[in-house]
Design a protein around this ligand. Structure first.
Ligand SMILES: NC(=O)c1ccc[n+]([C@@H]2O[C@H](COP(=O)([O-])OP(=O)(O)OC[C@H]3O[C@@H](n4cnc5c(N)ncnc54)[C@H](OP(=O)(O)O)[C@@H]3O)[C@@H](O)[C@H]2O)c1
Length: 319
């Protein structure tokens, strides 16, 4: 099969589109015929070797951990008591998934993945749109709800709302009945207002800490500019501060009676299924920044690394 993979860690040129072996599935896995694969910033980090010392990956490595496609084969124990799948998967089912980082990824014609991570894709979305959802939306879900304990009626400040994670975070927080204050650059004001932010702050010309106070939760997706530490000033005692990137001295948060977590998203079929329901109810939409054929995975990484994507980047495997 064709895949976009790396033989060695390095820059964008190391990501090559070539023939590789069809993955085997274990008893608890399914094989997905991939129609489209989502691109996330972590794909570039892994490609560049940022996690090379962790022993997580073996080379050659097919990148990409978001996919949408159809079930092509099913492991012998899938559906048995040993595996509690989200649904009874059948050959031909149209699904989407955020797969485990430790395994070969989704920039390929086929993906082998644990069945309990696989969810029937939203009926209202194409395969290309569905592939844009899993990793970024599950990150936003775990930040807001699993860690941030967001509830209806609470006030949340979401930084970096024009990116993939931030865009889903705004919509999930609104769907949960929260009041959402969102930051982004001026050119993205109308876009993020369209996602539902109640108040917009241009972080390039305004200091958010002069505009906002008494929020229950702050979620920083991109970080930078010391925004995690600065966010402590705007959170109520007992509130939460969640960062997807930058770290913070926990002692500083404790002094302000704020609960701080630097999250690491975990693939989770239940979380993805909750997001799927909200998409099919029309409460969460997908904005595609750009779509490339699999053979142009290098260009997709260049777009992601520009840090100017508005919404999501997707590779189409079946065009
Ligand atoms: N910890 C985890 O488990 C986890 C999971 C997923 C993602 N992440 C991380 O979260 C971050 C966001 O991911 P993503 O998929 O949303 O990325 P993304 O889609 O590439 O984000 C792009 C957006 O970031 C904004 N941006 C770029 N540079 C910025 C800066 N210096 N200050 C403020 N905003 C800036 C831009 O918006 P404007 O042009 O409007 O500024 C752009 O629209 C990435 O660093 C990613 O690695 C972490």
């Amino acid at each position: 099969m064709k895949a976009a993979l790396i033989q060695t860690y390095g820059d964008i040129k190391n990501l090559v589109h070539q023939e590789t072996v069809l993955p085997e599935i274990s008893a608890t896995q399914v094989l997905i015929k991939v129609h489209a694969a989502g691109v996330n910033p972590v794909d570039s980090y892994i490609r560049s070797g940022m996690f090379a010392d962790t022993g997580t990956h073996t080379l050659p490595l097919t990148l990409g951990w978001d996919a949408a496609g159809t079930i092509d084969r099913i492991g012998s124990e899938v559906g048995a008591d040993a595996v509690k799948g989200i649904s009874d998967l059948k050959i031909g089912d149209e699904v989407f998934v955020f797969s485990a980082f430790a395994q070969n990824g989704s920039y390929a014609e086929y993906l082998a993945v644990e069945a309990d991570l696989v969810v029937i894709k939203p009926k209202t979305l194409s395969f290309t749109e569905s592939a844009a959802v899993p990793l970024a939306a599950v990150t936003a879900w775990q930040a807001l709800f699993s860690e941030g304990k967001l509830q209806a009626g609470q006030r949340v400040l979401i930084h970096n709302t024009s990116g993939g994670v931030g865009g889903f975070a705004v919509q999930l927080a609104k769907a949960a009945g929260a009041y959402v204050i969102g930051t982004a650059s001026a050119k993205n004001e109308q876009y993020v207002k369209g996602l539902g932010v109640d108040e917009f702050i241009n972080y390039q010309t305004e200091k958010f800490e002069d505009q906002v106070d008494s929020v229950d939760l702050v979620f920083a997706a991109v970080g930078g500019d010391n925004i995690v530490e600065r966010s402590l000033k705007v959170i109520k005692p007992g509130g939460h501060l969640i960062s997807a990137l930058d770290e913070l001295d926990h002692g500083l948060a404790e002094e302000q009676q704020v609960k701080f977590e630097r999250i690491w998203v975990q693939p989770n079929g239940q979380d993805l299924n909750e997001i799927r329901k909200l998409i099919d109810e029309g409460k969460v939409t997908v904005n595609l920044d750009s779509v490339f054929p699999l053979a142009e995975a290098q260009q997709a990484h260049a777009r992601s690394e520009s840090k100017r994507a508005v919404g999501k980047i997707v590779l189409e495997v079946i065009v």
